[in-house]
Every structure is written in structure tokens, then in C-alpha cells.
Design a protein around this ligand. Structure first.
Ligand code: C2E
Ligand code: MG
Ligand code: MG
Ligand code: MG
Length: 284
């Protein structure tokens, strides 16, 4: 960079570090106000049943439009900050509340009949929060949403951080009738032995492997599908963008697909239109 002219490598490095730190602080300060300022919203991305082409579910994805920072901030950027700063606790509670209430409203309108689950992402801090299960169950009681309609997504990395505690938590979730899905599967280090111990319903093949189809990702995706099916788990491929990936995954026996090829994450009003239309995608 021209602006770095005349500075030595250390000075440049130091400035970049300071810049990163102040950016993170700004992010954290604004994030703390995001809830009160009504700057958070939820988007919903359809998940398509490979065999029938129907929408079998949707994943809830948080969006933050921060006025002070001049617009949308990606969850890839702010979720880690929310986790480190503890803001994830009220934020995660808001996500669950908003999503479960939306699902209950759609169900009352008769729009959830074809839908198996609404999937909500749960972060590391939330799994350590002993209140989580009480809150979720209170929410299900309050809204009347059948637990089977709710699916929690926990990343493989989070699950493997504290295996024994997580196995206990997953058993509670399962006993409550809530579905469980392992997110970003293949990026962590779970062995088949661990997978057998986790009471889970589904694996989500990480986007990085789906992106790499055709390529090395293909062999990995096939291996994950075979392993999942041998453990009686269903498989979702995330980040599906091309017709070639759809054809490959369908042929490999993948159960569910999610990605820009089918639909982007969208606001509730737009997803509701697809539900009303009982929109079908061409079965792959
Ligand atoms: P994730 O749970 O693995 O979610 C999938 C991400 O892939 C989403 O990014 C989604 O928009 C994106 N995606 C879906 N299809 C495609 C595709 O075809 N191509 C590409 N390039 N991307 C696709 P998003 O919404 O930016 O979220 C990123 C991550 O942030 C999520 O990854 C999740 O780990 C986290 N996150 C989002 N919402 C929440 C939330 O409410 N709570 C928590 N704890 N984490 C969240
Ligand atoms: Mg997810
Ligand atoms: Mg994922
Ligand atoms: Mg991810």
C-alpha cells in the first residue's frame, strides 16, 4: 500500500493490529445496542428434500443492519465477537424466541404441514448455559409449537470441545423431542465412535466440501453420506450453488440440499409466500 511507504514491517504490522482491535471494539459496543435498537432480524433459507423437491425445512440466519457502522454486518464477523463478549446469551435468546414464535404463527396459519423442522443455530456459549433447556421448553409451552418442529444446529467444533458435557445436553434435547443436527460437519475431528455416542438426527456437510464438487470435495461428501446413513442419520448438503453439485449430491444419496441454487436466505414475509404456494423445486 502507498500509505505504508516509509514504514518498516513492524510499524505496518502494529498499525494493522491496532486497527483490528479498534474495529472489534466498535463492533462489540454497537452489538450491545443492536437488540434495543431493533437492528437485528432473521432470515430463513429453504432446505429442499432431494427426492420430492418440496421444502422440508428452513434454517434461521441472523442479520444485523447496524446504522452506526453504515449497514449490514455479516454474522461471520459478529457472531465470534458476540461469543467472546457474552452478548451471544441475550442475542441467542432473542433468536430462539423470534424463530419459535414465527414457526408457531406459521403453524397456526396452516403453513407448516409440509415442514419437518425449523433449524436454529446454537453457539458454544449457549450449550454451556444451563438455562438453555428450560428456556427452550418454556418457549415451546408458551407458543404451543410441537418440539419435533424445532431443530437445533450445533457445530462439530463446539460438540467436540467438551464431549461428555455435550452428550448429556444432547440427551436432554432429544428427550424433549427436539431434533439435533451437526453443522459444518467434516471440518472438526469427530470419529465414528463419538458420532455413535451423540444422540443426533442429522449431519450437515460443510459448504467447503460442497464447493469443491467436482474435486476432492466429492470423495469427502460421498464418505460423509455413507457414514451418516450407516448410523441412520440424514444428510443435508449446505452451500449448493450449481446444477452439477445438485446432480452429484442426488446421485450420492444426499437427503436434503440447501444453497443459493435453490434459494437465498430471505425475510419471513418472502418465505411465507413460498410456504403459501407450497413451492416445489424440480426433483433432482
Ligand atoms: P451456518 O450455520 O453454517 O450457515 C450457513 C451459511 O451459509 C449462512 O451464512 C448462509 O447464508 C450461507 N449460505 C447458504 N447457502 C449458500 C450458498 O449456496 N453459497 C454460499 N456462499 N453461502 C451459502 P450466514 O448467514 O452469513 O451465516 C454464517 C454463520 O454465522 C452461520 O453458518 C452460523 O455459524 C452463524 N450464524 C448465523 N446466524 C446465527 C444465529 O442465529 N446464531 C448463531 N449462534 N450463529 C449464527
Ligand atoms: Mg447452521
Ligand atoms: Mg454450516
Ligand atoms: Mg458455517
Amino acid at each position: 500500500h502507498a500509505k505504508n511507504k516509509g514504514k518498516n514491517a513492524y510499524e505496518v504490522f502494529h498499525e494493522e493490529m491496532a486497527h483490528k482491535a479498534s474495529k472489534r471494539l466498535a463492533l462489540e459496543a454497537n452489538l450491545r445496542k443492536a437488540l434495543q435498537n431493533n437492528e437485528l432480524s432473521l432470515h430463513y433459507q429453504p432446505q429442499i428434500d432431494v427426492r420430492t423437491g418440496r421444502m422440508r425445512g428452513m434454517e434461521v440466519l441472523i442479520r444485523w443492519n447496524c446504522e452506526a457502522l453504515g449497514g449490514a454486518v455479516s454474522p461471520v464477523e459478529f457472531i465470534p465477537v458476540a461469543e467472546e463478549s457474552g452478548v451471544i446469551v441475550p442475542l441467542g435468546r432473542w433468536v430462539l424466541q423470534t424463530a419459535v414464535r414465527q414457526a408457531a404463527a406459521w403453524r397456526k396459519a396452516g403453513l407448516m404441514e409440509d415442514i419437518d423442522h425449523m433449524a436454529v443455530n446454537v453457539s458454544a456459549c449457549q450449550t454451556k448455559d444451563t438455562q438453555l433447556m428450560y428456556e427452550v421448553q418454556a418457549l415451546l409451552m408458551e407458543t404451543g409449537l410441537p418440539p419435533r418442529l424445532l431443530e437445533l444446529e450445533i457445530t462439530e467444533g463446539v460438540l467436540m470441545e467438551n464431549v461428555n458435557a455435550n452428550i448429556a445436553l444432547l440427551h436432554k434435547i432429544q428427550a424433549a423431542g427436539i431434533h439435533l443436527s451437526i453443522d459444518d460437519f467434516g471440518t472438526g475431528y469427530s470419529s465414528m465412535a463419538y458420532l455413535k455416542r451423540f444422540p443426533i438426527d442429522q449431519l450437515k456437510i460443510d459448504r467447503s466440501f460442497v464447493n469443491d464438487v467436482p474435486g476432492d470435495g466429492a470423495a469427502i461428501a460421498k464418505a460423509i453420506i455413507a457414514m451418516a446413513h450407516s448410523l441412520n442419520l440424514s444428510v443435508v448438503a449446505e452451500g449448493v450453488e450449481t446444477e452439477e453439485q445438485v446432480a452429484f449430491l442426488a446421485d450420492a444419496g444426499c437427503d436434503v440440499m440447501q444453497g443459493f441454487y435453490f434459494a437465498r436466505p430471505m425475510p419471513a414475509e418472502e418465505l411465507e409466500v413460498l410456504l403459501r404456494e407450497r413451492r416445489l423445486w424440480a426433483a433432482a
